[in-house]
Ligand binder design. Structure first.
Ligand SMILES: Nc1nc2c(ncn2[C@@H]2O[C@H](COP(=O)(O)OP(=O)(O)OP(=O)(O)O)[C@@H](O)[C@H]2O)c(=O)[nH]1
Ligand SMILES: [Mg+2]
Length: 366
């Protein structure tokens, strides 16, 4: 009999490293001879994550315009398309970073509605060490209280908490964080590692593809009004712009300057960055830059390109959803400033929103 394919859902807050982690996991699985597909998710289209994973030549399905939980049929359809395209051994799915209650709305829904297609694995939640440390100390990781509520709920429902980015910590710091996390969330298996170096990913795959005795059985109490407020406080912007210059350009430098300027403006206004990411691509070459907090989190990777398409995804805690227009203007102004007289811009798409209240298609309790 054919082994059913596995669905591995990896959640966690904005910027925790989900896409990087799934990319490394997909590479590891491919090297082991396994066939993989990925599903990305966002409230809006034009995703840096989907482009980035496609540039690595993995098959990618995108559920956009709504999260997995609020448009479960689109998530189910993505899984069915993967099966129709010949099937895979493992599907890796990345829900939106501000989503929680995934056990009830996606994992259990998949057990009920996709049981003939796949087996669900334990729910993994990735955590960034700096934000996790703040939350464990009873602080809010710079977020509004309702944003911190979402963060805590994500950890609370996790079968596996994977503390990512431990390449940024000493071994003592990593162990301390792991111990404190395990004390606060005793129901979870707590692991540590790094999407960047690959450390811990093989062990994680063994855990989630093996037989965990009991998982996904907890009933999470959810205050949907706090959850909605936490999501609504995020300014969400996705834009794609063609940039052209008559002079040779160092796009690494451009990406760095754009994000440094955005970071300075957000810090001036005391706005907490969830995750701001920019991908500039030309053919198969690209540069990607990310900001996952204050200016010192700015990172730029990969080579340079000449004429380019830029995709920008910004998720920033703007405190009050009524400030969304101002947030939109702030980003447009900063992009104009970074372009100066040197670059002509042609906007292909641009949308800015604060997420609506979560309204899952299904919500199953154990
Ligand atoms: N040092 C270090 N940085 C990492 C690691 N994993 C991810 N990052 C960085 O963290 C930033 C965010 O990574 P992503 O993989 O885009 O995070 P994400 O969770 O998918 O973000 P969203 O999709 O916006 O929720 C990027 O700058 C990554 O390079 C890691 O293990 N170590
Ligand atoms: Mg991502």
């Amino acid at each position: 009999m054919m082994t059913p394919s596995k669905l591995l859902i990896v959640g966690g807050f904005l910027g925790a490293g989900k896409t990087s982690f799934l990319c490394t996991a997909a590479q590891t699985l491919t090297q082991q001879g396994k066939r993989v597909a990925l599903i990305t998710n966002d409230q809006s289209s034009d995703l840096v994550d989907s482009r980035l994973l496609s540039l690595h030549n993995f098959p990618v399905e995108e559920v956009s315009g709504s999260c997995f939980c609020c448009n479960y049929p689109a998530f189910a359809e993505a899984n069915k398309r993967i099966a129709r395209n010949g099937g895979v051994d493992i599907t890796l799915a990345e829900p939106v970073g501000s989503c929680t209650d995934l056990l009830a709305t996606v994992v259990r829904a998949s057990e009920k509605h996709l049981y003939d297609l796949l087996q669900t694995a334990p729910l993994t939640v990735l955590a960034d060490p700096a934000r996790l440390a703040s939350i464990l100390s009873g602080e809010t990781a710079g977020l509004q209280p309702d944003g911190a509520y979402i963060y805590r709920k994500q950890l609370e429902e996790a079968d596996v908490i994977f503390i990512n980015k431990i390449d940024l910590l000493t071994p003592e710091q990593a162990l301390d964080l792991q111990t404190r996390t395990a004390q606060t969330y005793p129901a979870a298996v707590v692991m540590t590692g790094s999407a960047l170096t690959g450390e811990g990913i093989g062990e994680w795959l063994d855990v989630v593809t093996g037989q965990l005795q009991e998982f996904g059985k907890r009933a999470l109490e959810m205050n949907y009004s706090a959850y909605a407020k936490g999501e609504a406080s995020m300014g969400w912007l996705n834009g794609t712009v063609v940039l052209q210059s008559d002079e040779p350009t160092d796009w690494n430098d451009f990406a760095r300057r754009l994000l440094a300027k955005l970071s300075a403006r957000f810090e001036e206004r005391k706005l907490t960055v969830g995750h701001v990411k920019v991908l500039i691509e030309s053919g198969t070459r690209y540069v990607v830059a990310n900001l996952t907090g204050a200016a010192d989190t700015l990172s730029v990777r990969q080579g340079t390109v000449d004429t380019a398409k830029l995709t920008l995804n910004a998720r920033v805690d703007i405190v009050d959803p009524n400030r969304i227009d101002r947030f939109n203007e702030l980003i447009k102004e900063t992009l104009h400033e970074a372009c100066g007289d040197q670059y002509r811009q042609q906007v292909l798409s641009w949308s800015c929103l604060s997420p609506g209240a979560p309204n899952p298609t299904y919500r199953y309790m154990p």
